[in-house]
Design a protein around this ligand. Structure first.
Ligand code: PLP
Ligand code: SF4
Length: 468
């Protein structure tokens, strides 16, 4: 079989037609930087912040107990580690942030505290006032309308064949950019209370609905986060769903592997429950997987590798969904490094999401153009099955659309328009680039409600005229 590559003939090679091909001339040696994804942090990298031995650091209970969500505790542990100006900046950030904060020692120990402002892990979890910018005027909480597509509480049935089940609303960490800030971790006091309220009674309503809809084949068990479900609940939820005739595939969604991989190494009950569900799935010829959420290669260490190896040995498929974020992974180098490192630990890069329109985290969003540019670079740099699909979760409930599949995109106003014929036929969905990615004139224009209408109408009517 001939490939495109075979047809690229190097002049050197052509000259020596009869001689055996010299492979070094066809492909020059790679720059060692391109193999950076292989160099994961190992050893006791946490020691500079936590003077504990390996067994303690790997103990998931220790990680949970020492996770920080109160400002003063966080500051105590950063005293002398982070610059004073940073602590002041973060204190103000905490006061203004819409989302609760919670972060594990594992993550804290991976942050570069010499320059925390530019660290991709800090950026995701610890708000700073200095980076906060104005929300786009078109932005709403629950921009995905998950509540509107919910036939019973905590079950979103948007696509015909699949549903999103939210059995709990707590997570091992809280991400600044969470789309479910309408439900997740409202404040630290309630978080502790709600955590106990994992409610198997409420789940029954969801099971009943799922069983009553023959078109439903695929259930995403999200949250919150499946890491926070007790082993018996993992087993119960998984078994109940797999035993339904209509259900063919289930996925547990958890940020856990990215923020506390040690749980897989030390919480035997939880791992065994997941394995048992996976084994049951195999027996019933139904697919069980774990969907996780790494956003930067810095989150993937040798501990992650050990944890992912355990899952791999047990035959548990792990897929990853990332969110494109400014300062985290919004350039071709960082995104490629992430995707390659995922491959290295046998995690399939499934999606990269355009950042949803969530209030209070405008600094994290990028323009759609950034997404398109990075996708072009990533595709082709590794195996196709390890290459994520870059998507926009169309605000207003259109569901996920391939980012470059827009009907119209005005790069000046920053308005893009999508359609989703199999999900919401006849409807148009708009996404808005963040103001900070637009010209100053355009930013001013967005402050005027009349101009807002004109810009949205322009995009919609252009989209209605059909393909560009
Ligand atoms: C993302 C999502 C799913 C799963 O979609 P896939 O493209 O199959 O990963 C299901 N329901 C809702 C509401 C979702 O947002
Ligand atoms: S882990 Fe997921 S659901 Fe939980 S806060 Fe982060 S983004 Fe939100």
């Amino acid at each position: 079989m001939s490939t495109a590559e075979d047809n690229v003939v190097d002049l050197e090679t052509k000259k020596n037609h009869a001689a055996p091909p010299d492979v070094r001339k066809v492909k020059p040696p790679v720059d060692p930087d391109t193999l950076d994804h292989l160099k994961m942090k190992d050893g006791e990298f946490w020691r500079y912040m936590y003077d504990v031995d390996k067994a303690t650091f790997l103990d998931y209970k220790w990680q949970m107990k020492n996770s920080l969500y109160k400002l003063d505790k966080l500051f105590d542990s950063l005293e002398g580690v982070a610059p004073k100006e940073f602590l002041d900046d973060a204190a103000e950030g905490f006061r203004r942030a819409p989302m609760a904060v919670r972060v594990t020692p594992y993550l804290l120990s991976l942050i570069n505290w010499e320059d925390p402002w530019n660290d991709p892990i800090r950026t995701q979890f610890i708000p700073v006032a200095s980076s906060m910018v104005l929300d786009h005027p078109m932005l709403k909480l629950d921009s995905l309308h998950e509540q509107e597509d919910a036939p019973v509480p905590g079950l979103t049935h948007r696509y015909p064949d699949k549903a999103l089940f939210l059995p709990l609303n707590t997570c091992p960490v809280y991400c600044r950019f969470c789309t479910r800030s309408y439900a997740i971790g409202i404040d630290t006091e309630t978080v502790e209370k709600v955590q106990l309220k994992v409610d198997p009674e409420r789940w029954e309503q969801a099971f009943e609905y799922i069983a009553s809809r023959p078109e439903l084949e695929d259930i995403v068990i999200s949250g919150g986060d499946a890491y926070n479900l007790a082993a018996k609940h993992i087993l119960n939820l998984g078994t109940r769903l797999l035993e339904m005739d209509n259900i063919k595939r289930i996925r547990f969604a958890s940020k856990g592997p990215a923020v506390m991989p040690m749980k897989i190494l030390t919480d035997d009950a939880w791992l065994d429950a997941l394995s048992r569900v996976n084994d049951l799935g195999r027996k019933l010829h139904k697919h069980v997987c774990l969907h996780t959420h790494f956003n930067t290669a810095n989150e993937i260490t040798d501990i992650t590798r050990q944890a992912m190896n355990v899952l791999f040995e047990r035959g548990i498929t792990v897929r990853n969904q990332s969110v494109l974020q400014t300062g985290v992974n919004d350039n071709k180098h960082d995104m490629t490094r992430l995707v390659k490192r995922l491959g290295e630990v046998n995690v399939h890069a499934y999606y990269v999401y355009q950042h949803d329109m969530v209030s209070g985290v405008e600094d994290l969003r990028t323009s759609l153009q950034t997404n398109l540019d990075i996708e072009k670079w990533v595709r082709g740099s590794l195996a196709g099955f390890n290459t994520p699909t870059f998507v926009v979760d169309a605000p207003g409930g259109g569901g996920k659309r391939v980012a470059h599949g827009y009907e119209y995109y005005n790069r000046e106003t920053g308005v893009s328009v999508y359609t989703a014929p199999s999900v919401k036929p006849g409807q148009f969905f708009t996404y808005f680039d963040p103001l900070h990615s637009l010209s100053e004139d355009m930013q001013a224009r967005w402050q005027d409600p009349v101009e807002q209408r004109i810009m949205v109408d322009e995009a919609l009517s252009a989209a209605q005229q059909g393909p560009r």
